[in-house]
Design a protein around this ligand. Structure first.
Ligand SMILES: Cc1cc2nc3c(=O)[nH]c(=O)nc-3n(C[C@H](O)[C@H](O)[C@H](O)COP(=O)(O)O)c2cc1C
Length: 395
């Protein structure tokens, strides 16, 4: 449980209505949370709400009644992390210029520690060259900026500018305190499902969402590793800072993995690679002439097996998605593919595994009893997997 101190600087974006959920999540995790609101923020979230949730006075101006010291300097120095959430185009511009014309902007200017900025605004405001210049300036000044998400805006249409969900912001805050314990490690992660073509418009694939692999990439990168993420098609945005290599078929994935294998310290194969592919791929769209279509399939490349055979110094991690006999099947795969660690998960359950944000896994390694990791967010499972690799490698 953390005891870190966080100040949430809330500015006048409509997404401020979600800040109470963020504050509650942070408090549950053990963070000490204080809140400062701009005048405009108070239209979208109340002082009372934030006060009740945090059990602390909320800062709205420079009033000195409650504290006998200069409040902005005190708050600025108290924080282990300052989070501007949501950050309006206005506060971003003020921060980029070093303006200090109200309590929030003054305190941010006086903040000596790290600052995380979470912009949220109309897509045209976000894309405006002035905003983009200001964002670039904040990054150059060493502020961390969490990119807005693409999604439904208050304006009633989908575009980029939306504030990431509180749980994602909470994870980004956790990452800010992440120790850089995987620095200089080269970690290759595969994610998502592959697509195997039947004809120019049809393909075989599976239900993998890519969430586990992307969570691993995000956490490994936050812990300082150099991450290569080789991914089949997904709906996810690759974490910033990773070397992203998109692929479609198992064969393409194998080529990319093999290119980086020699330099890798760790390879984590979280992708759901198609086991079979069509014997033939038609060059023209197959016509709807027959009542029954007998598909002939052949075994696909076995990327993991190849890596296991070619292993020199790499730590090789495989995943086993099973619907029955999880441990027994996992143990077999561990030995057969010459893996150092196998992460077994039961994909017959709808509350975990494919497409879910949560997972429950069991670690299997030779000469070691299976270790179950209780159901948790995929980001927490990713932490546990990386901790296990680190411990086994003696890093
Ligand atoms: C209903 C409404 C919603 C707004 N939402 C946003 C927003 O999401 N992002 C933004 O940058 N500005 C938004 N604005 C504009 C800001 O409130 C305005 O720029 C204000 O000056 C920001 O002040 P502050 O940065 O001191 O809080 C909104 C304004 C209104 C009236």
């Amino acid at each position: 449980m953390t005891t870190k101190k966080i100040v949430l600087y809330v500015t006048g974006g409509i997404a401020a209505y979600k800040v109470p959920l963020l504050a509650r999540d942070l408090i549950k995790k053990g963070y000490q949370v204080r809140v400062a609101l701009t005048q405009n923020a108070q239209k979208y979230v109340t002082v009372d709400t934030m006060q009740v949730l945090t059990k602390q006075d909320v800062y709205t101006d420079f009033t000195l009644q409650k504290v006998a010291y200069v409040p902005h300097v005190h708050l600025a120095q108290w924080a282990d992390l300052a989070v501007v959430v949501p950050a309006t185009a206005n506060i971003i511009a003020k921060m980029a210029q070093g303006l200090a014309d109200d309590f929030v902007s003054t305190t941010l200017l006086a903040t000596p520690g790290p600052i995380l900025v979470v912009p949220a605004m109309n897509d045209h405001m976000w894309e405006n060259p002035a905003t983009q210049r200001n964002i670039a300036q904040l990054k150059a000044d060493g502020k961390r900026v969490l990119e807005p998400a693409h999604g439904f805006l208050a304006e009633g249409y989908a575009a980029k500018g939306r504030m990431p969900e509180p749980i994602e912001i909470s994870q980004a805050i956790d990452e800010s305190f992440q120790s850089q314990d995987l620095q200089e490690k080269r970690i290759v992660i595969t994610a998502g499902g592959t697509q195997e073509d039947l004809d120019p418009v049809r393909y075989l694939t599976n239900k993998s969402s890519g969430k586990m692999g992307y969570a691993l990439a995000q956490i490994a990168q936050a812990r300082g590793a150099h991450v290569t993420l080789i991914s089949g098609p997904t709906n996810l945005t690759p974490p910033t800072g990773v070397d992203f290599q998109p692929v479609r078929t198992a064969q393409e994935m194998q080529v990319k993995v093999n290119q980086v294998y020699a330099q890798a310290d760790v390879v984590i194969m979280a992708a759901a690679v198609a086991d079979y592919l069509p014997v033939q791929t038609a060059s023209q769209k197959i016509k709807k002439n027959q009542d029954v279509w007998h598909l002939e399939l052949k075994k696909n490349v076995d990327i993991l097996q190849g890596l296991g055979q070619a292993k020199t110094h790499q730590f090789l991690v495989g995943f086993a998605a099973e619907t029955q006999d999880l441990i027994a099947n996992g143990q077999k795969k561990l030995a057969k593919k010459n893996l150092d660690l196998l992460v077994a998960n039961d994909v017959s359950r709808s509350d975990i595994g494919f497409n879910s944000d949560q997972n429950e896994v069991t670690f299997l390694a030779s000469q070691q009893a299976p270790r179950k990791i209780n159901k948790a967010q995929k980001h927490q499972i990713a932490q546990a997997i990386l901790d296990e690799i680190k411990a086994r490698q003696g890093w």
